[in-house]
Structures are given as C-alpha cells and as structure tokens.
Design a protein around this ligand. Structure first.
Ligand SMILES: [Zn+2]
Length: 83
C-alpha cells in the first residue's frame, strides 16, 4: 500500500483489531484505514470520528435505545437522491 499524498510507502500502525474489521492509522499521511474483509475504507481522522458517531448511533437504534433520525446530516450526499 502506498500513500496517495506521498511517494514514500505507508507504514500503517494497527489501532484496533476485531473479528470483522481492523483499523490502521498511517502517521505519514494521517489517514485511517478500516479493513472489512476484502474491502478497505480510507478516511481522515475527522471523518473516521464522524463515522464512529454514525455507527454507534445506528447500534443504539438497533437496540431500541434511541430513535432513528428524521433527516440525516451527512457529509456526503450519496443517499437520499431526489429522483
Ligand atoms: Zn500513508
């Protein structure tokens, strides 16, 4: 794996490892990589924190601890197209 921002190769540090995912951090380009099976997602730390908030909220909704949001304040408007 190589950094898109730098020519030098990444030296990611594993932050956490679980049964379905592993989370790495590359100090050189300050990118969080979430490895889910064959899929890897690369995020800036701020985006990773936002994702964590979304995941933890979804889990609370799943467990009936809180309600699903009426409108989703997403950074990316990938879902909910107005077609
Ligand atoms: Zn890197």
């Amino acid at each position: 794996m190589s950094c898109p921002a730098k020519a030098s190769p990444c030296a990611p540090v594993t932050l956490s490892r679980g049964p379905v995912a592993r989370v790495d951090h590359c100090p050189q380009c300050n990118v969080i990589s979430i490895h889910l099976g064959a899929t890897s997602i690369r995020l800036e730390p701020a985006a990773y924190e936002a994702l964590w908030g979304t995941l933890s909220h979804a889990l609370r909704v799943l467990r009936g601890l809180t309600e699903a949001p009426e409108a989703t304040p997403t950074m990316w408007t990938s879902s909910g197209g107005s077609a």
